[in-house]
Design a protein around this ligand. Structure first.
Ligand code: ADP
Ligand code: ASP
Ligand code: MG
Length: 401
């Protein structure tokens, strides 16, 4: 007997037919004598629809009420799925984030898990129940509902798998594994049999939405063996793990992120302390800054450009504008029609040719690079959003054709 955590994403539970298919997968595992906890996302585009609904009422709702609203999507899925299992005469109970003791911080809309007791889940499993848990939601120290950020049901599943020391955590989705690029964008993308936590974490952080990046972070920390697989067809998926059986490739994947905006501060004094002023102001507002580029000083001035996520753009602009005099920039130039395209691969270390191959592919496609950033296992370039899909394809061709 094993303890199996299964997570099903929005498209896997989109309608009654899908929910019955998911119930069938859960039932099979349970009937084989295993303990089963299933974590579900909201059906189809429910979360997006709820966001639209909120906007129609109030363009600037409080984050608390927004989470109260968004958490309802997952509650619909879990109750319906439990009903599907009831109709198969199986013992089942559906539970909310609050009921399973998913305690988070107070950062509405992007809350982090602080504690997960999972006692209720354990108790229900001991009663031989199948347990269906609402993904994406938790409760903070004020007993208010929070959500874990878009795509956060993956993180719910991994947290539960870690808390229960599950034998496996299976992430069922609408593709049959992790590919060398988004298979919807690059037709020749290849499925990876396995990938390391570190590479998967980078890919997820750099825009490959197949897994929520925090779920990978948690899986690595608590040694949760993860599998990504399809809920629509029964084929082997991708294992996410610490060490691979096969030899590491130089590059294991290409990712694209459109949720990027660039801010350039032009005409700053070329004196010590300017970068500190700018970035400490942003840090105080909890605005994450990604790629940073400072120009060489010319005469008395220099420029600093950096990227933030689109959802932080308004806050960043307002903060910088409010401190224009103390920072002392002449002009702020904002661009929100840009994308970040990245390659990831643990085999890049000590292979100086990899970055230049990427740049060659981009140059051959006559695409201009606006910024570059590198780390041991990734290279990212910032480019015009209209060029991003082509860039992903030519880079993918370069490394995988
Ligand atoms: P779910 O609703 O099941 O959580 P998501 O939409 O969040 O599913 O994630 C699955 C999607 O991730 C796929 O449909 C695919 O288009 C996209 N994706 C992006 N990059 C990759 C990749 N490298 N491998 C597989 N899928 C990817
Ligand atoms: N329903 C949430 C979202 O759409 C969480 C998830 O799907 O993982 O972001
Ligand atoms: Mg997802």
């Amino acid at each position: 007997m094993a303890l199996v955590v299964k997570k099903f994403g929005g498209s896997s539970v989109a309608d009654a037919v899908c929910l019955k298919r998911v119930a069938g997968l859960i039932a099979d595992t349970y009937r084989q004598g295993n303990e089963v906890v299933a974590v579900l996302s909201a059906q189809g585009d429910t979360t997006d629809d709820l966001i639209e609904k909120a906007r129609a009422i109030n363009p600037h709702p409080s984050p608390r009420e927004m989470d109260m609203l968004l958490s309802t999507g997952e509650q619909i899925s879990v109750s319906l799925c439990a009903m599907a299992l009831e109709s198969l005469d199986l013992p089942v109970v559906s539970l909310t984030g609050w009921q399973v003791g998913m305690v988070t911080d107070t950062n509405y809309g992007n809350a982090r898990i602080k504690k997960l007791t999972a006692e209720r889940i354990r108790m229900e499993l001991d009663r031989k129940n199948i347990v269906i848990v609402a993904g994406f939601q938790g409760v903070n120290r004020y007993d208010d509902v929070t959500t874990l950020g878009r795509g956060g049901s993956d993180t719910t599943a991994v947290a539960i798998a870690a808390a229960l020391r599950a034998d496996v955590c299976e992430i069922y989705t609408d593709v049959d594994g992790v590919y060398t690029a988004d298979p919807r964008l690059v037709k020749s993308a290849r499925k990876l049999e396995e990938i390391t936590y570190d590479e998967m974490l980078e890919l997820a952080t750099l825009g490959a939405q197949v897994l929520h990046n925090r779920s990978v972070e948690l899986a690595k920390r608590f040694h949760v063996p993860l599998t990504v697989l399809s809920s629509f067809k029964q084929v082997p998926g991708t294992q996410v793990k610490e060490v691979l059986k096969v030899e590491q490739m130089n590059v294991s994947g290409v990712a694209k992120d459109n949720n990027v905006a660039r801010i350039a501060l032009v005409g700053l004094d070329d004196t010590p302390g300017i970068a500190f002023k700018v970035f400490s102001l942003l840090a105080r507002q909890k605005i994450n800054v990604d790629i940073i580029l400072q120009s060489i000083g010319r005469g008395e001035t220099k420029d600093i450009s950096f990227t933030v996520s689109q959802n932080h753009l308004d806050a960043a602009r307002a903060t910088l504008e409010a401190h224009r005099d103390t920072i002392g920039f002449q002009e702020m130039i904002i661009s929100d029609r840009i994308s970040k395209v990245s390659i990831v691969g643990a085999g890049m270390v000590g292979n100086p040719g990899v970055a230049s191959q990427m740049f060659e592919a981009i140059a051959d496609a006559n695409i201009n690079i606006q910024m570059i950033s590198t780390s041991e296992i990734k290279v990212s370039v910032l480019l015009d959003q209209k060029d991003a899909d082509l860039a992903v394809q030519v880079i993918h061709n370069k490394f995988f054709a």
